[in-house]
Design a binder for this molecule. Structure first.
Ligand code: SMG
Ligand code: MG
Length: 369
C-alpha cells in the first residue's frame, strides 16, 4: 500500500467524572487521532498520549509533532513498499515515541485489514468473541465516595475492580472495599510508580487482602527493585509502565520482576509488538491482561481485539464506553454480563461518527506527500 496523506485530528473529549491517579487528575481526554489515507483505503487510530507527559514521557502535542516531522514523511518515502508490518522496522531509527509509532502503525494496519476484509481480531490471533471487563477506579476525595463508585460499577456488572493507590490512599481504601464486597471480589491495585524501595513494608501490609496483583508500585526504570519486592510480598507484582517492548518483558520475567504483565499496545509501540509480548509471557507461564489509556471507541475497539488472545487470562481495563464518556466517538461498547464484544468487522471494526467527532475536534492538520 502507499500512504497518500494523514489527517491529524486533535480531540478534547470531556470525562463524565474526574479520573485521578497518583500522577494527576484529568477531566478531559485530550488526544490525537491518526486518519491515514492510502491507495487501498483509509484507516483510523487513536494515539494514547494524553495532554501531559505524566504517565510516560509522551504527550499529545509532542506525539503530533513527531508524527508530522518524522514518522509520516519516513513512511511516505517507502512508496508502494509500505505495509503495516514494515512500519516498526522502518521507524526503528526514531528512539522512543512508542505511542506516536503505535498510532500510525495501527491506522495503517486498519487500512490494510479493511482492504483485505479481515478483522484485527482475526489478524492478531483472537480466540474469544467477548472479553471479561474490569474497571479502573480513580483516587477519590473520601472513602464513602469510593464505596459509592465501586458499588455502582459492581451493579453494572464489572467483573473486577482496580483501585488506584498512592501513599496515604492505600491500606484503608483497599480494606474498605475488601470488607464491603467480600473475599470473592476480584480486586487489584495500581500505584503508577508512586512508591519507592523504602516502602516495601507498607506494601506488604496489602498482603492480607488477597489481591489479584499490585501494578507498577515503583519507578518504571527500577526492574530490579520490582524483582526484590516480588520476593518480599505475597501479592503478585504486575508491570505496566516498565514494559515497553518484548525484550524488556523477557528480561523482567527472567529477573522475577513481572509475575503478571499489563499489555498496553500504545506503550509498547503497537499491536504487533503486543502480540510478541503476549507470546513471550505465555511461553514463560506469565498471565497478561489488556490495559487502557481511557481510549474512545476507536482505540477501545483495537484493544478488545488484542484482549481476545489466549493468554489474556485476567479481565482488562477494557471497560464500556459509558465508564468515561457520555457520548463515545463510535457506536458505544456496552457491558453485557460483565463482558464486552470483540468487534468482528474489517480492520478495527468500528467507524468514527463524524458529527460527534466534529463536536470534540479542537483542530485538524493534514500531512501530505
Ligand atoms: O482506559 O480505563 C482505562 C484507564 C485505565 O487505569 C487506567 N490506566 O496506569 O493503567 C494505568 C492507567 C493509566 C492512565 S493515564 C491517564
Ligand atoms: Mg497502570
Amino acid at each position: 500500500m502507499k500512504l497518500e496523506a494523514v489527517e491529524l485530528i486533535r480531540l478534547d473529549v470531556p470525562l463524565k467524572s474526574t479520573f485521578r491517579t497518583s500522577e494527576g487528575a484529568v477531566n478531559v481526554h485530550e488526544v490525537v487521532w491518526v486518519h491515514a489515507i492510502t491507495d487501498v483505503g483509509e484507516g483510523w487510530a487513536e494515539c494514547a498520549a494524553n495532554g501531559l507527559p505524566d504517565y510516560s514521557s509522551e504527550f499529545h502535542t509532542g506525539a503530533a509533532l513527531v508524527l508530522k516531522e518524522f514518522l509520516i514523511p519516513n513512511l511516505m518515502k517507502l512508496g508502494n513498499d509500505l505495509t503495516a508490518e514494515a512500519v516498526a522496522p522502518s521507524l526503528h531509527w526514531v528512539k522512543g515515541h512508542r505511542m506516536a509509532k503505535a498510532a500510525i502503525e495501527t491506522a495503517l494496519l486498519d487500512a490494510q485489514l479493511r482492504a483485505a476484509n479481515t478483522s484485527l481480531a482475526t489478524y492478531l490471533g483472537a480466540v474469544k468473541e467477548t472479553v471479561p471487563a474490569g474497571v479502573s477506579v480513580g483516587i477519590m476525595d473520601s472513602l464513602p465516595e469510593l464505596l459509592k463508585f465501586v458499588e455502582g460499577y459492581l451493579a453494572e456488572g464489572y467483573l473486577r475492580i482496580k483501585l488506584k493507590i498512592q501513599p496515604g490512599w492505600d491500606y484503608e481504601p483497599v480494606k474498605l472495599i475488601r470488607e464491603a464486597f467480600g473475599p470473592d471480589l476480584m480486586l487489584q491495585v495500581d500505584a503508577n510508580t508512586a512508591y519507592t524501595r523504602d516502602d516495601f513494608d507498607l506494601l506488604k501490609r496489602l498482603d492480607e487482602f488477597n489481591l489479584l496483583l499490585i501494578e507498577q508500585p515503583i519507578e518504571e526504570e527500577d526492574i530490579l527493585g520490582h524483582a526484590r519486592l516480588a520476593e518480599y510480598i505475597e501479592t503478585p507484582v504486575c508491570l505496566d509502565e516498565s514494559i515497553v517492548s518484548a525484550d524488556i518483558a523477557r528480561d523482567a520475567i527472567e529477573l522475577g520482576a513481572a509475575e503478571i504483565i499489563n499489555i498496553k499496545p500504545s506503550r509498547v509501540g503497537g499491536y504487533i509488538e503486543s502480540v510478541k509480548i503476549h507470546d513471550v509471557a505465555q511461553a514463560a507461564g506469565i498471565p497478561v491482561w489488556c490495559g487502557g489509556m481511557l481510549e474512545t471507541g476507536i482505540g477501545r475497539a483495537a484493544n478488545l481485539a488484542l484482549a481476545a488472545l489466549p493468554n489474556f487470562t485476567l479481565p482488562g481495563d477494557t471497560s464500556a464506553s459509558n465508564r468515561y464518556f457520555a457520548v463515545d466517538t463510535t457506536e458505544p461498547f456496552v457491558l453485557v454480563d460483565g463482558h464486552i464484544s470483540v468487534p468482528t468487522g474489517p480492520g478495527i471494526g468500528v467507524d468514527p461518527i463524524r458529527e460527534i467527532v466534529d463536536g470534540y475536534t479542537v483542530s485538524t492538520e493534514w500531512v501530505k506527500r
